[in-house]
Write a protein that binds this ligand. Structure first.
Ligand SMILES: Cc1ncc(COP(=O)(O)O)c(C=O)c1O
Length: 395
């Protein structure tokens, strides 16, 4: 099935002003660097999305575009079909990105000096969103178990109990450690937030990229009482590789919170949407199921290849298999390199650009994040480069 969508085909992104391929201080000066960092994929969006954008482009008039019932219904129907989540169209607030939404949540629901709990190693913009708006990140660091990361609930309770804590940002599924939190874990987090009157923001942007054997549970489906204390961030951007179209949907059941958040959007002059994001989202959510299943099968193939390569060719590196996302969190600590040596080895000697683990929080030092959403031949190239660099320069 994957073959139908030609995930194996290498499509040059040069000239598209791609951040992954053409920007980034670490590799601007090296034409041959292989980018395996930023979280977008080197695959085209589903054919239905490409067709919808082409048709819209041919219309030629790209004026102000509103949020239609057709748009909202496509989101509602996807959440119901794929996640057994009944969302009322009224609960959805469109915004041009999850990161802008998180910034505006700080402006809506937290005061300067408040603590916001996050669980590092975690998606690094969480730190900047909090700091940019005058709040302070309060770290509930994930624990490393032998089969992957776990939450430290004793510590979480202490942090949520703190009278200066007003919000928590949960990453579910978690970037970069790849955990799909199970029902028990989600319930504990949500109940602790309720008990200590802490607003829970659940960033579920990776909700659709879950490997077989795991199931993403939208936090807001746990109970109505919990849903009233949750703001959920969703988007078709990761799932269908359309981050540049800047379309995301924030679900807020509590009418009062919705009003406060909408007022912040208004104060920031945020309204309407991009006409291409509009048609692309509708097409993706209405026609993207089969493509997504094929994508996950392809990603599973890449992940198996990566695991096998690491086991046999790079045994010093440890990979705990991600349960979701196309991001592998590689533990390179036993190479014995400090963070600048590790970066130098990978960028200058191997010629690959990966995300450095320490940027996800201090406990990420010695790790790197590798994006394996690319044609398998690119993944092979990247891994061979890493192997060569580590063999020649380090062993
Ligand atoms: C957890 C998480 N949230 C948000 C984003 C970015 O969202 P957006 O592009 O909609 O701002 C990413 C991108 O990698 C992410 O991993």
């Amino acid at each position: 099935m994957s073959d139908d969508y030609q995930f194996d085909q290498i499509i040059s992104r040069k000239g598209t002003h791609s951040i992954k391929w053409e920007f980034g201080k670490t590799f601007l000066n090296n034409d041959d660097i292989l980018p395996m960092w930023v979280a977008d994929m080197d695959f085209p969006s589903p054919p239905a999305v490409v067709k919808a954008v082409e048709e819209r482009a041919r219309h030629g008039i790209y004026g102000y575009t509103g949020i239609s019932d057709e748009y909202l219904n496509s989101v509602v129907s996807w959440m119901k079909r794929r996640h057994q989540w009944a969302v009322d169209p009224e609960e959805i607030i469109f915004i041009n990105g999850v990161v802008p939404a998180l910034n505006m949540m700080m402006q809506s629901f937290a005061h300067p000096g408040d603590y916001v709990v996050i669980q590092p190693p975690v998606y690094y913009p969480f730190f900047s969103v909090i700091r940019n708006n005058g709040q302070l990140p309060l770290l509930n660091t994930l624990l490393e178990g032998k089969d992957g990361y776990m939450m430290d609930f004793d510590d979480l309770e202490v942090k949520l109990k703190n009278s200066r804590t007003t919000m928590m940002i949960l990453c579910s599924p978690h970037n970069p450690v790849g955990r799909v939190w199970n029902k028990e874990e989600l319930l504990k987090v949500a109940e602790l937030c309720l008990e200590h009157d802490v607003l829970l923001v659940s960033d579920e942007i990776h909700q659709d990229l879950v490997f077989e054997g795991y199931r993403h549970i939208p936090t807001a489906t746990l109970s109505n009482e919990i849903a009233m204390n949750i703001i959920t961030c969703t988007a078709p951007s990761k799932t269908f590789n359309m981050a540049g179209l800047q379309s995301s949907n924030i679900m807020i059941r509590d009418e009062k919170k919705r009003r406060v958040f909408s007022q912040t959007l208004e104060r920031n002059g945020v309204f309407g949407m991009n006409p291409f994001g509009d048609v692309a989202t509708i097409a993706a959510y209405e026609h993207g199921d089969v493509w997504l299943d094929a994508l996950m099968a392809y990603l599973q193939g890449n992940l198996s290849y990566l695991q096998n390569f690491i086991t046999h060719q790079l045994p010093e590196i440890k990979l705990t298999s991600p349960e979701a996302t196309y991001l592998a969190w590689l533990d390179c600590r036993s190479l014995g390199l400090n963070k600048s040596e590790l970066e130098k080895q990978l960028v200058e000697k191997a010629g690959v650009a990966l995300n450095q683990g320490h940027t996800f929080g201090e406990t990420g030092a010695g790790f790197v994040r590798l994006n394996f959403a690319c044609p398998k031949s690119i993944l092979e190239d990247g891994l061979e480069r890493i192997e060569k660099a580590l063999y020649v320069f380090s062993r």
